[in-house]
Design a protein around this ligand. Structure first.
Ligand code: B16
Ligand code: MG
Length: 216
């Protein structure tokens, strides 16, 4: 029986995935990589900042030292943080607040499982923090999705066993991580059909058969 829902952040609760794309594209252009596409950006969903950088650098032919890569990742983050300045509750995706309120009424604990180190700022700016019981994010972990660490930390903070948690994700890496954690998974978003989650839906809403999902 499910007692807690662990939500991914970017692409599930908020539309920051588009801002990540803009920041990476700007960096790619500066590095002379002109063909960084949305398709490349899709591969960055749910993976860490440094792994995302590798996806960009693989499009070019230059070799960078670890120190240079760290500088590039910091540069991209600065662009992203600038874009986050404009963030407010309009960035919350359709159906999210209604769904979380409904799940809380059903007695569910609500957690966050995001590899983003910017999670606390995003939750505060979008005012989603008021609905969240516990946060597990990039600041708490050493291994990114598809490693299960971020979800296991979330379950621990919520005081729940993995089998009592449902993960809601928009990335394949996140679904693999949820399964590795021994949790059920719900895949949402434009790419949900390729996620192989336990349950799938186009987006978050109260018309998802939540009560059935939570009892199974
Ligand atoms: P940051 P999620 C992930 O968040 C993003 O999907 C991914 O594109 C990004 O590289 C990663 O966070 C790290 O974010 O650079 O802000 O630390 O989907 O796990 O909520
Ligand atoms: Mg995501």
């Amino acid at each position: 029986m499910i007692k807690g829902i662990i939500f991914d952040l970017d692409g599930v609760l908020v539309s920051t995935d588009e801002l990540h794309y803009q920041a990476w594209k700007r960096l790619a252009q500066e590095l002379g990589i002109k063909d960084f596409t949305k398709e490349d950006n899709e591969k960055q969903r749910g993976v860490s900042r440094m792994e995302s950088l590798e996806i960009v650098l693989n499009k070019g032919d230059k070799v960078y030292s670890l120190e240079e890569k760290e500088e590039l990742a910091e540069k991209k983050n600065a662009y992203y943080v600038d874009l986050l300045e404009t963030l407010d509750n309009n960035a919350v995706l359709c159906g999210v607040v209604k769904t979380i309120r409904y799940l809380k009424q059903l007695g569910m604990l609500i957690g966050i499982g995001s590899v983003s180190k910017n999670t606390p700022a995003i939750l505060q700016k979008t005012e989603l923090d008021q609905y969240i019981d516990k946060v597990s994010c990039g600041l708490d972990i050493t291994n990114s999705k598809p490693d299960p660490e971020v979800f296991l930390v979330a379950a621990g903070k919520l005081g729940l066993e993995p089998e009592n948690c449902l993960v809601v994700e928009d990335s394949a890496a996140g679904i693999v991580a949820a399964k590795a954690a021994g949790m059920k998974s719900l895949g949402v978003g434009p790419y949900y059909q390729s996620l192989s989650a336990t349950y799938e839906a186009t987006g978050l809403d109260t018309d998802i058969p939540w009560e059935t999902i939570l009892q199974n």
